[in-house]
Design a protein around this ligand. Structure first.
Ligand code: DAH
Length: 343
């Protein structure tokens, strides 16, 4: 029996195959149920106990050698076959790696980050709130009367009625959340996405972005607000920028104003961006109405403060001379790639 095993082992060692078929024929002859090696295992049953250990070891070695041989030959033949397929070349390991294309920040993110940085430099911290808001945080706490038109279906996307849950129409809702949870001094800015039921056009969209600002402390005055906003305007639009405040109305501030910046594109001489006025409106602002402070649990006799809110799209349109707001939302790569160098 040992002789038979050795003969087969020699045969296995010497075996070579050029095709898959040859390899398969060999496998069947050696290893299949009726093959030579299983036959030896049958014969092994009649080996006398004294020789079993030695013969058994030899036999196992033979089986292992045959299996390995068939596997190596088959794998080799497979790799050879696939590298011979037309159009399929062996990889060139010396070739330099492909560059992964580097993405760019969205212009709205670039401008939002710039706004954040400008205010962070003078001690404002960033706070955020939910995009789905209740009536209290979006309207009531901010002193909107029951019948204010902004609460109307025409302006607001309602998620649920009674109690009213809606997509926030401005980031002023975050002011309320901050004041409800923190005591002055408060210095915060809240960037975020807001929603209004408006027809989409070059100047309006149903989704846009705002940054809200809030400053509450003892003895905060309108003059403090002006100085802060002048600082912001000059950091954002250049050091020669002038600001102008026009009286306005918001339910949550008293007095309220709208702020214009001098047009940096034409040096206030008049151009299509500033509509030949020399000024561009960029935000609403004012002294926080004492009712709002009280609604949020802040003593309006002890504390005063100012608030402001601006649209990020609007600032981005001025900085980058973009005439159509819809471009921010279309994800056209020809547009977005222009901001590759912007941080
Ligand atoms: N929430 C206002 C809007 O969406 C913007 C605004 C105006 C915010 C005046 C303020 C403010 O904080 O004081 O149009």
């Amino acid at each position: 029996m040992i002789d038979k095993i050795n003969t087969l082992l020699e045969e296995v060692k010497a075996f070579e195959a050029k095709t898959m078929e040859e390899a398969e024929v060999f496998r069947v002859r050696m290893l299949s149920k009726k093959g030579a090696i299983p036959a030896l295992f049958q014969e092994f049953k009649s080996v006398p106990p004294a020789d079993r250990k030695a013969v058994g070891q030899q036999l196992n070695q033979l089986k292992q050698a045959a299996t390995e041989k068939v596997n190596t030959i088959k794998t080799r033949l497979e790799t050879e076959a696939s590298s011979r397929q037309p159009g399929k070349k062996r990889p060139d390991l010396t070739m330099p790696a492909n560059f992964s294309p580097i993405g760019s920040r969205h212009p709205l993110s670039v401008i939002r980050n710039r706004i954040n940085n400008i205010f962070e430099k003078i001690g404002f911290v960033i706070s955020e709130g939910p995009e789905i808001e209740d009536d209290w945080h979006n309207f009531s706490a901010l002193n909107f009367p029951e019948d204010h038109p902004a609460r109307d279906m025409q302006d607001t996307f309602f998620v649920e009625k009674d109690p009213d849950i809606a997509l926030r129409t401005h980031t002023s809702s975050v002011q309320v959340r901050v004041m409800e949870t923190q005591q002055p001094p408060i210095r915060t800015i809240s960037p975020g996405r807001v929603f209004r039921n408006e027809a989409i056009s070059a100047r309006a969209h149903c989704i846009f972005h705002q940054v809200e600002g809030l400053y509450i402390d003892q003895d905060v005055s309108f003059a403090d607000m002006k100085q802060c906003l002048l600082y912001f305007a000059r950091e954002m639009f250049g050091e020669k920028t002038q600001i102008r405040l026009r009286p306005s109305f918001f339910p949550f501030t008293e007095p309220s104003a709208e702020m214009d910046v001098s047009c940096s594109l034409c040096d206030s001489k008049g151009c299509s961006i500033c509509k030949y006025s020399g000024w561009i409106e960029i935000m609403g602002c004012g002294m926080v109405d004492p009712n709002v402070l009280e609604n949020c649990g802040i003593d309006s006799k002890q504390y005063t403060g100012y608030a402001f809110g601006m649209g990020i799209e609007r600032i981005a349109m001025i900085i980058y001379h973009i005439k159509d707001l819809r471009m921010f939302f279309e994800n056209d790569l020809r547009f977005l790639r222009q901001f590759e160098s912007a941080m």
